[in-house]
Design a protein around this ligand. Structure first.
Ligand SMILES: NC(=O)c1ccc[n+]([C@@H]2O[C@H](COP(=O)([O-])OP(=O)(O)OC[C@H]3O[C@@H](n4cnc5c(N)ncnc54)[C@H](OP(=O)(O)O)[C@@H]3O)[C@@H](O)[C@H]2O)c1
Length: 240
C-alpha cells in the first residue's frame, strides 16, 4: 500500500512513518524540511519525501501525489511557539485537509481513499451524545477563544463529519482523539472508545504518541479495524 503522511516530521508523524515502513508499506511524506527524516530515508527506500506544504501546492500537484495513495494520514499541528499558534496559517490542519480531500475527489479513485486525522479529545463528536462536565465545557470554550490551533482541530474534524460524511464515494475517514500526549519508546496495550470515558481536563488519562501512531498505521492496513471505526472519532487511551 502507499500512504501519504502530512505532519510526518512531527513527534507523532515520524513514529507513524516508521511503523508503516516497518510493515512493508510505501510512504510519501510532504515535508517542509527533508532533514528530520533523512535517517529513515537512508534506511527505507520506500520512503519518498516531497519538499513543500500542502497549502502551498497546486491542486494539480496534490492530485498527482495522491494518484497512487490508498490512505492519507494527517499528524499536522501548529508549532508550539507564539508564531506557530497565533500566526498564519490559522487553519493549517483544516485547510490542508480540505485541499487534500478535493484533490482526492478530483482523482475519482476507483476505491475510496482512507483519511485518518490526528485530532484531540478536547473536541466532541457531535454525532453522539457526549456530555462533558460543566467546568470542562467552560475551559474548552475558553480554549476555543484563546487558542486558534484548538479551533483549527475542531473545524478539521467537523469538515470530515459534516462535509465528507459517511456516504462519500471517494473518501472514508476516522478522526483519532488522543488523551494527554506522552512520549514512550515502545507500543504498549491501548484501549479505544467511541467517546471519552474519563474527564478530558480533570482526571484525564495518558496516550503515548507511539500508540497513536500504531493505531493510525493499523487503520491504514487493517481493513477490519478501519471498518469498525470509519466515520467515527475514537478516543485512544494507554491501558493502565
Ligand atoms: N491530547 C490531545 O488531544 C492533543 C495534544 C497535543 C496535540 N494534539 C494534536 O495532535 C497533532 C499532532 O501532535 P504532535 O505533537 O505530533 O505535533 P508536532 O510534533 O508539533 O508536529 C506538527 C507537524 O506539523 C508540521 N507543521 C507545523 N506547522 C506547519 C505549517 N505551517 N505548514 C506545514 N506543516 C506544519 C510540523 O512540521 P515541521 O517539522 O516542519 O515543523 C510537524 O510535522 C496536532 O494536531 C495537535 O493539535 C492533540
Amino acid at each position: 500500500m502507499t500512504i501519504l503522511v502530512v505532519g510526518a516530521t512531527g513527534a507523532t508523524g515520524r513514529l507513524l512513518v516508521k511503523q508503516l515502513l516497518d510493515e512493508g508499506h510505501s510512504v510519501k511524506a510532504v515535508v517542509r524540511s527533508k532533514e528530520k527524516l533523512s535517517e529513515l530515508e537512508e534506511t527505507y527506500p520506500r520512503l519518498i519525501q516531497i519538499k513543500g506544504t500542502v497549502l502551498a501546492m497546486s491542486d494539480v500537484e496534490l492530485a498527482d501525489i495522491l494518484e497512487d495513495c490508498d490512505s492519507v494520514c494527517s499528524c499536522l499541528g501548529h508549532n508550539l511557539s507564539f508564531k506557530g499558534m497565533y500566526g498564519k496559517p490559522r487553519r493549517l490542519v483544516r485547510d490542508s485537509l480540505m485541499k487534500l480531500c478535493s484533490a482526492i475527489e478530483a482523482n475519482r479513485p476507483e476505491n475510496p481513499v482512507k483519511f485518518i486525522l490526528m485530532n484531540t479529545n478536547g473536541n466532541t463528536n457531535r454525532d453522539l451524545e457526549e456530555h462533558y462536565a460543566l467546568k470542562e465545557r467552560f475551559i474548552l470554550k475558553l480554549l476555543e477563544i484563546l487558542l486558534p490551533p484548538h479551533t483549527d482541530n475542531i473545524e478539521a474534524a467537523e469538515y470530515l463529519r459534516t462535509q465528507i460524511g459517511n456516504q462519500h464515494p471517494n473518501i472514508e475517514w476516522v478522526a483519532v482523539r488522543p488523551d494527554s500526549l506522552i512520549d514512550e519508546e515502545t507500543v504498549t496495550p491501548y484501549t479505544l472508545e467511541p467517546s471519552p470515558v474519563r474527564g478530558v481536563i480533570f482526571d484525564s488519562g495518558k496516550t503515548s504518541r507511539i500508540n497513536i501512531a500504531n493505531f493510525m498505521a493499523r487503520l491504514c492496513y487493517d481493513p477490519g479495524l478501519f471498518e469498525q471505526w470509519k466515520g467515527q472519532m475514537p478516543v485512544i487511551y494507554n491501558a493502565e
